[in-house]
Design a protein around this ligand. Structure first.
Ligand code: ADP
Ligand code: MG
Length: 240
């Protein structure tokens, strides 16, 4: 029996139409990611990294192709059902942290849980405390984002991403707004989450960050041009 992939993109194309211009942001992407993998996606600015991540996160639709999450086709689901999948199965981490300024650390991390109707207040509380402890920021739960350093804010954002126990964490340039010391702390947190079993897909244009992932995928002009898994050496080298 073949193993079921967590994420499977089949011949995915995403074309942006602006005025007379067609931009092929994703050009025939085939990509499978298994539960427990830590994958980096690299490539020059404009090559389609963020578009690929937002397709995986059901934040944007695409022009052609198929997306299966846990073996189920999600690209054909209606909007409400996609929103449920996005909310329960996917955690996002952004370059700009995207915390809500007038909510405390605790409230920011609790926010994604408040959209769910399957959790009691007590369960939500326990999940928030656990998530904050995982990124070692529990002592800051009553603080507001502006009172924290950038590195601490990104750790709160990671806690918010993982609080609902999603199947995959999607991070878009998570260290892009951080100095090197805080960047390293955030990278260490992601590595620790991976060791504990989280599946992580991280977009980065920084080769040193990419090297911290176990598998490195490269894009160029919307095409997947390289895919290597470190423990096995070169696994595949696709050509555009
Ligand atoms: P990266 O994250 O690798 O820098 P993006 O995925 O943001 O690249 O963009 C890929 C390509 O798609 C670029 O040429 C970009 O200009 C274009 N693009 C991205 N978003 C839009 C949009 N909303 N409308 C039109 N073109 C877009
Ligand atoms: Mg980008």
């Amino acid at each position: 029996m073949s193993k079921q992939h967590l994420i499977e993109l089949q011949a995915v194309k995403k074309i942006f139409y602006t005025d007379d211009l067609e931009t092929w942001a994703l050009n025939n992407i085939h990509l499978t990611i298994d539960a427990g993998e830590y994958v980096s996606i690299s490539g020059p600015s404009g090559c389609g990294k963020s578009t690929l991540l937002s397709v995986m996160g059901l934040l944007s639709s695409f022009t052609e192709g198929k997306y299966l999450l846990n073996g189920a086709e999600v690209s054909s689901l209606g909007e409400a059902e996609q929103a449920r999948v996005r909310n329960q199965e996917i955690g996002f981490i952004f370059q700009a942290f995207n915390l809500i300024g007038d909510m405390s650390v605790f409230e920011n991390v609790e926010l994604p849980l408040t959209f769910r109707n399957d959790l009691s207040r007590k369960q939500r509380h326990e999940m928030v405390v656990e998530a904050l402890e995982q990124v070692e920021i529990g002592h800051r739960q009553k603080h507001y984002p502006a009172e924290l350093s950038g590195g601490q804010q990104q750790r709160v954002a990671i806690a918010r991403a993982l609080v609902g126990k999603p199947k995959v964490l999607l991070a878009d340039e998570p260290t892009g707004n951080l100095d090197s010391k805080n960047a390293q702390i955030v990278m260490d947190q992601l590595a620790a989450l991976h060791r504990k079993g989280s599946t992580i897909v991280m977009v980065t244009h920084d080769p040193r960050s990419a090297e911290q992932a176990q598998r490195q995928v490269s894009l160029f002009d919307g095409k997947l041009v390289d895919d290597r898994t470190m423990s096995q050496g070169v696994r595949m080298a696709a050509h555009g």
